[in-house]
Write a protein that binds this ligand. Structure first.
Ligand SMILES: *[C@@H]1O[C@H](CO)[C@@H](O)[C@H](O)[C@H]1NC(C)=O
Length: 237
């Protein structure tokens, strides 16, 4: 008769206990942000679109799922409950499958999303030359990006700013002699538009997300293997 391996049992317990704690922390922070009054100002001051709480709601869901799975894994291991371990296994498997499906969809629609990003940037470039108050925040954000990445305008350079070019002092001002500069309306400005820098920036974020997803997948597969082994060992006892 094979007995239950203490090593697997206790590593399942410890890791899932940590996940359970992480889940609680994420859930608590997300709920705190969601109901807190301060956050309302932060969210309404940033132009985050129609559903400013979407990101927080996703975090609440993620926190809850991690908490439940952590609890199932941790208790299932220490109590040697086959039922809990099975639920843990199924839940984890579903998450892994969803992740793989999202990865495949992402890869398939990569060119599509590139096109959407490109079009969005071309559309957004029009907002730089408006005097609409609600577009001011977007313009300020672009100014910050321009300074950081030493570029000017979104798609066509300084021209994108239209009449607003005179409104902001020091807009696009070329301070770095390493970069190609040009003269526009008598001012020395960065020549390159920001579009390629924004695309690079997004690509880098995407690579980080993919890296995290792979790391998570490895942990999930370990969890699947451990819970499966433990499940079988308990059955054989
Ligand atoms: C981006 O969109 C613009 C306008 O829709 C188009 O002229 C340009 O060729 C596109 N660039 C890329 C790299 O797809």
């Amino acid at each position: 008769m094979a007995s239950v391996s203490g090593c697997i049992k206790y590593s399942m317990f410890i890791f899932n206990f940590l996940f359970w704690l992480c889940g609680i922390v994420i859930l608590a922070l997300a709920i705190w942000v969601r109901v807190g009054n301060d956050s309302q100002e932060i969210f309404s001051s940033e132009n985050l679109g129609s559903s400013p709480y979407a990101a927080v709601d996703i975090l609440i869901a993620v926190g809850a799922i991690i908490m439940i799975l952590g609890f199932l894994g941790c208790c299932g291991a220490i109590k040697e409950s086959r039922c809990m371990l099975l639920l843990f296994f199924i839940g984890l498997l579903l998450i892994l499958l969803l992740q793989v499906a999202a990865g495949i969809l992402g890869a398939v629609f990569k060119s599509e999303s590139d096109r959407i990003v490109n079009e969005t940037l071309y559309e957004s470039a029009k907002l730089l030359s408006t005097t609409v108050e609600s577009d001011k925040q977007f313009q300020e954000a672009v100014i910050v990006f321009q300074k950081e990445f030493k570029c000017c305008g979104l798609v066509n350079g300084a021209v994108d700013w239209g009449n607003n070019f005179q409104q902001y002092t020091g807009l696009c001002e070329c301070l770095d002699t390493q970069r190609s500069c040009t003269y526009y309306n008598g001012k020395h400005v960065y020549k390159e538009p920001c579009i390629s820098y924004i695309k690079d920036f997004l690509e880098k974020k995407l690579i980080i997300v993919i890296g995290i997803a792979f790391g998570l997948a490895v942990i999930e597969i370990l969890g699947l293997v451990f819970s499966m082994v433990l499940y079988c060992q308990i059955g054989n006892k």
